[in-house]
Ligand binder design. Structure first.
Ligand code: PLP
Length: 225
């Protein structure tokens, strides 16, 4: 299977209302270009410098989503072009994104990342932390960030009933945030959930954005990079 055929197959399973983010981390420019030539425009990366280099190499209508843990000292490498940051997990990070975005006169779209997996992973807010963030004066004064939804990762397991319940919990968080904080905000509408092995379930549970890597580009070989 090549990238073009993989994309074609996946597109048939992703409804039009759901954005397909092609997760191209660790993959060479040629692979991204192949996906681009097959019509893919939205790419997801999780390292700032790698994303900057790929941004410089791909056509200018490519859209770049940052999906990994973002260190505050790396924001500057991507802030001038990034289209969506999926992984905001603290007020401190949001503050820095706001500050850097202001330097470029941009308002940058962001998602709040939630910890929904039962397994211990390092990153992601819980509801109370998100509430504190959204109720803070600091957040209310930010003019260069725009929160447009939520993101989460399910437990890495074959237990699809567990995965489904975790996706369902993210949808519930989204609904609650929407009614408590964003009722008047039309563009608070994104639920980023679902990866190669679980995206069909995520779509059934309300995902608006799936982040698919290996099913498009093949397995990643971390030893090579
Ligand atoms: C790598 C990654 C993906 C894609 O994973 P696949 O299993 O290759 O589809 C999705 N989301 C995040 C946050 C990732 O880091």
């Amino acid at each position: 299977m090549n990238i073009c055929e993989n994309l074609e197959k996946i597109r048939q399973t992703v409804p039009e209302r759901v954005t397909l983010v092609a997760v191209s981390k660790t993959k060479p420019i040629e692979d991204l270009q192949q996906a681009y030539d097959a019509g893919q425009r939205v790419f997801g990366e999780n390292h700032a410098l790698e994303m900057r280099d790929k941004h410089q190499a791909l056509p200018t209508d490519t859209q770049w989503h940052f999906i990994g843990h973002l260190q505050t000292n790396k924001i500057k490498y991507i802030i001038s072009f990034v289209n969506l940051i999926h992984s905001v997990d603290s007020l401190k990070l949001l503050k820095e994104i706001n500050k850097e975005a202001a330097k470029h006169n941009r308002v940058v779209d962001c998602l709040l990342q939630f910890h929904i997996a039962t397994e211990e992973t390092k990153f992601g807010l819980d509801y109370d932390e998100a509430r504190q963030l959204l109720e803070s004066e600091e957040y209310k004064n930010m003019e260069n960030v725009n929160i447009v939804g939520v993101m989460g990762m399910a437990t890495n397991t074959d237990n699809m009933a567990l995965v489904r319940s975790e996706f369902r919990s993210l949808k519930a968080i989204f609904d609650k945030l929407k009614s408590e904080f964003f009722a008047q905000k039309q563009d608070f509408a994104q639920i980023s959930m679902g990866m190669s092995h679980d995206y069909p379930i995520a779509i059934e549970e309300g995902s608006t954005m799936v982040r698919v890597g290996s099913a498009i580009f093949g397995a990643r070989n971390y030893a090579k990079v």
